[in-house]
Design a protein. Structure first.
Lengths: 304, 182
């Protein structure tokens, strides 16, 4: 992959220029789907965009010293990491990529959640600290399953290159892995059964409690970009290989949309679980499937 | 006014995030405020979002006659809302202290402590009246951004606003009259 294609992927498609409007679109789909499930009409189409613009025009409290600097830095770091993760997705056929880009993608997907933990603690609000502690416990719980699922897909195909993975013919193991990733996504996106890090009203807004104005706008944007990256990962793994570029892009968008809809409906249909129930769910109920997936992947690898 | 300012005004009008604060209310207005977010009235169509943290909010919705115990909390929360901001006094209590007038446990009405932008009268006001008040406050926010004429407090009429739903016509309860102190 040369510099031009890398920049084009990062800045145009599927990077910033594509991902930012789709981040707002997915945020709207989430809110609209929840509203429809509750028998409401829901927000107008432009709502996340208007929220973003409005937040850019608000004041922020004055915070001095290193703590204030860090608080301003975390949301920017989260946005850039999430945008980079979207840019790595191999949406178009023969779009390049390099050996090991799957590992980089996983690392970049993890950065926003790390930033949220750090942001909550550096805000020094008691609610922020509770939210950060919950986020840390949650990410330890779901990441074991999430990483095992992806490693099992990669190990069975002998590669950590996303494009090669996406092009290989689908197997049973890959669908098992996709199912495991789907189980982890509500926790990764802080959706309802596992929404306890930012449990609205319960601990104010968790790690975001002290954020205001443009910084909060950046958090909203990074949340939207996380939506695009996480659902896009599922879409690239689940989509069949198509050599037509526009059809591949269209399929990517359609599959991401389906995943967003699925997750939103789940979020509207469930209530928030307590932290111990959540951790028990991931360690007791889903870990066994992840272990099964990775052991069968290793078995297949030694047999071939 | 350039394009960015126009967009900002429009966004402020269309995206009012509210923070709900109870300053010793009897819970009647609080129930009505929550009802305005419910499926029947669906405030989210106006872009309203009930926020957990005052830092995120644009509009501070205050219910209750401001008891002595809550004065400091009301002032603190008002300080925590980042500008530009607006205050909506919901119900007759924050406007006049209502039936609790002259009580020794009160330090109200609200406009002794904060600049109130919109008064929504009623005991309790109907959810659609609350929505009208929030929409009015959002308009005030947008006007402030556009540096239009300085805004004085608005007292919504007690008469029933146009109701979106037919059932609301059924019980036009006569709310007690209230006057805003100058």
């Amino acid at each position: 992959m040369n510099l031009t294609t890398a920049l084009a992927r990062l800045l145009v498609f599927p990077g910033v220029l594509f991902a930012v409007p789709f981040a707002w679109f997915f945020l709207w789909v989430e809110r609209k789907a929840v509203a429809r499930m509750q028998g409401r009409i829901g927000p107008p189409f432009m709502q996340p965009f208007l929220d973003f613009i409005k937040l850019l025009g608000k004041d922020t409290p004055v915070r001095g010293g290193a703590g204030g600097l860090l608080m301003r830095a975390w949301p920017l770091l989260a946005v850039s990491a999430a945008a980079g993760a979207v840019g790595l997705l191999p949406v178009l056929p023969s779009s390049g990529g390099f050996e090991g880009d799957l590992i980089l993608l996983l690392a970049l997907l993890e950065v926003p959640s790390m930033c949220i933990i750090a942001a909550g603690f550096s805000s020094r609000s008691i609610f922020g600290e509770i939210g950060s502690a919950r986020e840390a416990v949650l990410s330890v719980a779901y990441n074991v399953v999430f990483l095992l699922a992806i490693v099992s897909i990669a190990a069975s195909q002998h590669t950590f290159r996303l494009e090669t993975l996406a092009q290989l013919p689908p197997s049973f193991l890959r669908y098992l892995g996709i199912a495991a990733i789907l189980v982890c996504l509500p926790a990764k996106l802080h959706l309802n059964p596992f929404s306890l890090p930012n449990a609205e009203q319960e601990i104010y807004s968790g790690p975001m409690t002290e954020y205001a104005g443009p910084e909060l706008a950046m958090w909203e944007l990074s949340h939207g970009l996380e939506w695009v990256a996480a659902t896009g990962l599922v879409a690239t793994l689940a989509a069949p290989h198509i050599s037509l570029a526009w059809l591949a892009a269209l399929l990517f968008v359609a599959l991401s949309f389906v995943v967003v809809l699925l997750l939103s409906v789940l979020a509207a249909a469930t209530a928030r679980l307590a932290i111990d129930t959540t951790v028990r769910f991931y360690w007791q109920c889903t870990l066994i499937f992840a272990v099964l997936a990775i052991s069968s992947a290793l078995f297949m690898r030694f047999r071939s | 006014m350039n394009l960015w300012n126009k967009l900002m005004c429009y966004s402020r009008r269309r995206s009012p995030w509210i923070f709900h604060m109870n300053s010793g209310s009897c819970n009647g207005c609080d129930i009505e405020l929550v009802a305005s977010l419910s499926p029947r009235y669906d405030a989210e169509q106006l872009g309203v979002r009930l926020e957990g943290s005052p830092r995120h909010a644009d509009i501070l919705c205050i219910t209750g006659p401001v008891t002595r115990n809550s004065v400091q909390a009301v002032k603190t929360v008002y300080g925590q809302v980042c500008g530009p901001k607006a205050v909506v006094a919901i119900g007759s209590c924050p406007a006049t202290t209502n039936v609790f007038i002259d009580s020794r446990t009160l330090d109200g009405p609200l406009d002794r402590h904060l600049p109130v932008d919109v008064f929504v009268p009623g005991c309790p006001p109907r959810p659609d009246a609350i929505l009208q008040g929030v929409a009015k406050a959002a308009q005030i926010l947008a006007d402030r951004a556009a540096n239009k004429a300085p805004v004085v407090s608005v007292l919504l009429p007690l008469a029933e606003p146009e109701c979106a739903c037919s059932c609301a016509q059924a019980d036009k309860a006569a709310a007690p009259a209230c006057e805003v102190k100058p």
